[in-house]
Design a binder for this molecule. Structure first.
Ligand code: DQA
Length: 148
């Protein structure tokens, strides 16, 4: 059985659909999960999809992904801009890491334009709303297959 793609979501993403819909869109996190599952299935892969508002829990899950995942898609949300601990955890992984954001960070406030996560990720998908996740899953699946 192939290892799944881990899709980890940081703080406030549980509020998707209600949270600044003009920036983040109307899809809920459950909608996003369904999109990820469907896109991964095209590659014959399953998804482990989680969200937390706690930095330490995100770090724990990244560590878990090290052995259990074929690839990691991560939307670190606000922690992407602040968390050295998350970067340190990501640096332990040898599986492909794809950073994912709903909004286009390059066009937003200065403090959102860079993330610590980018230092550990293979690449970044940003600005396509829920579609960012689908594109990130595709990248993660193809990178995982290439690495297998
Ligand atoms: C986000 C962008 C972050 O700057 C913000 O803190 C989020 C969501 C996005 O998906 O666009 O919570 O990661």
């Amino acid at each position: 059985m192939a290892k799944p793609i881990y899709v980890l979501n940081g703080p406030n993403l549980n509020m998707l659909g209600q949270r600044e819909p003009e920036i983040y869109g109307s899809a809920t996190l459950q909608d996003v999960q369904r999109l990820c599952e469907a896109r991964a299935a095209v590659f014959g892969l399953e998804v482990v999809f989680r969200q937390t508002n706690r930095e330490g829990e995100l770090v724990d899950w990244v560590q878990e992904a090290r052995a259990k995942a074929a690839a990691l898609v991560i939307n670190p949300a606000g922690y992407g801009h602040t968390s050295v601990a998350l970067l340190d955890a990501l640096k332990l992984l040898s599986i492909p890491i794809v950073e994912c954001h709903l909004s286009n960070l390059a066009t937003r406030e200065e403090f959102r334009r860079t993330t610590y996560v980018s230092l550990a990720a293979k690449g970044l998908v940003s600005g396509f709303g829920a579609m960012s996740y689908e594109l990130a899953i595709e990248a993660a699946a193809r990178l995982a297959k290439a690495q297998a």
